[in-house]
Design a protein around this ligand. Structure first.
Ligand SMILES: Cc1ncc(COP(=O)(O)O)c(C=O)c1O
Length: 389
């Protein structure tokens, strides 16, 4: 007979899966605000803009036209065709319409990608510091995350550094560009090096291009566009950052077989598809709202330049991030432990950030500041730090 201890126990598969540290930080800020304190918020990970009107109107239209029933399980044909055209033209990925699947946001696409490729005991190479949910997605497959320090890799050579971390159990490389939290944008030469390494070692690449439209310096190169890569790359995209649609849960993935079958099964048995009216709304992003991307990018660039100049001025050393919307300065001047540095900043200057350690050991001694906020908040936050640090 089973004891209550073995009955009331989470399935083993989920035991190693963690919960986001960022949620705890958000709770602390909410407490502070509830007690009447004003907090300059730089800890977020969302666009400061609202969803474009044309997308919201397309949603209203879809509802009025009763486009509210089950959609084809991989997505409505019109949206898949528009997405396939977008990835062919903008990402130069030689995808056919059937290589596209609509998913519930970037996280869902990544979940499907890891579920489709990683077996228990497999190792996945992850450039670090990294967006931490990746470790949990890999843990959910009972795989192991192997961290590859990005700064060392860019200095010593990506191929050589990846080789040092590769074993007989290595199955895949998680390749995120532009990177969260560092803002690093891998160059074309670096993408080619990683692609060559993946081909030589017969590895799968899981590409995360959530911030593809937020590149300020250099170019965005989709690794699946490089020769011989479409068949071994699963590329995940999201509308969250490009179109300020974090709450809509809308994303898509490009992959060949057998990965597409894995993604279709994951989608079917996790959410049974993606909201039909939201898919019609998403279609407007690609048919009507694309021109907004350049305007948004310039608004982010102005915020980036303001924040970076101010941080360097205060002595928080930081190069301008080439992409995404985060600054990731070294904060040893405040405290060498990033959790302590974040506390000090919050207590003394009411400036909320995310401790770098949250993004893995290579993020220690840094803080992540999002510049996806108003110019006024950036100016006021910098002023508060200048006076109180
Ligand atoms: C690097 C990276 N990938 C993927 C995502 C997933 O975004 P979403 O699930 O909102 O599409 C995020 C969100 O913060 C991210 O930072």
């Amino acid at each position: 007979m089973s004891t209550s201890q073995s009955v009331f126990r989470l399935a083993k598969r989920l035991e190693r899966v963690g919960f986001s540290d960022i949620v705890n930080i958000r709770n602390r800020i909410m407490e502070l605000r509830a007690s009447g304190a004003s907090v300059y918020q730089f800890e977020g990970g969302e666009p400061f803009l609202n969803t474009p009107e044309s997308i919201k109107q397309a949603m209203t239209r879809a509802l009025l036209e009763n486009k509210t029933r089950y959609a084809p399980s991989s997505g409505i044909a019109e949206l898949r065709a528009a997405l396939a055209a977008k990835v062919r033209v903008r990402n130069l990925i030689p995808a056919r319409d059937e290589d596209l699947i609509v998913m519930n946001g970037g996280m869902h696409g990544l979940f499907g990608a890891f579920q489709s490729t990683v077996n228990p005991g497999d190792e996945v190479l992850v450039f670090s510091p990294f967006w931490t949910p990746i470790k949990d997605l890999i843990a959910h497959c009972e795989g192991t995350t192997v961290l590859v320090p990005t700064t060392d890799a860019r200095r010593d050579g990506l191929g050589q550094t990846l080789a040092r971390h590769t074993t007989a159990r290595t199955r895949a490389i998680y390749y995120n560009t532009p990177q969260n939290p560092s803002g690093v944008v891998f160059t074309r030469a670096e993408a080619e090096t990683v692609a060559r390494f993946a081909r030589e070692r017969n590895l799968i690449v899981i590409a995360d291009e959530a911030y593809e439209d937020l590149v300020y310096d250099g170019e965005h190169v989709s690794i699946a566009s490089l020769e011989g890569m479409i068949e071994r790359t699963i590329t995940t995209f999201t509308l969250s950052k490009s179109y300020a649609m974090t709450g809509w849960r809308m994303g898509y993935v490009v992959a060949a077989e057998p990965w597409m079958t894995g993604l279709r099964k994951t989608l079917l048995y996790s959410t049974n598809g993606v909201s039909t009216p939201s898919q019609w709304a998403a279609l407007a992003a690609f048919t009507e709202a694309s021109s907004l991307l350049a305007t948004a990018r310039e608004a982010y660039r102005a915020r980036r330049d303001l924040l970076i100049a101010g941080l360097n001025d205060i002595g928080l050393r930081c190069l301008p991030p080439a992409g995404a919307f985060y600054a990731f300065p070294d904060v040893t001047r405040i405290h060498k432990l990033s959790r302590a540095a974040a506390e000090i900043l919050l207590d003394r200057a009411q400036v909320a950030t995310v401790p770098g350690i949250v993004f893995g050991e290579h993020g220690e001694s840094h803080l992540r500041f999002s510049f996806s906020t108003s110019i006024e908040v950036i100016e006021a936050g910098l002023d508060s730090m200048r006076r109180r640090l």
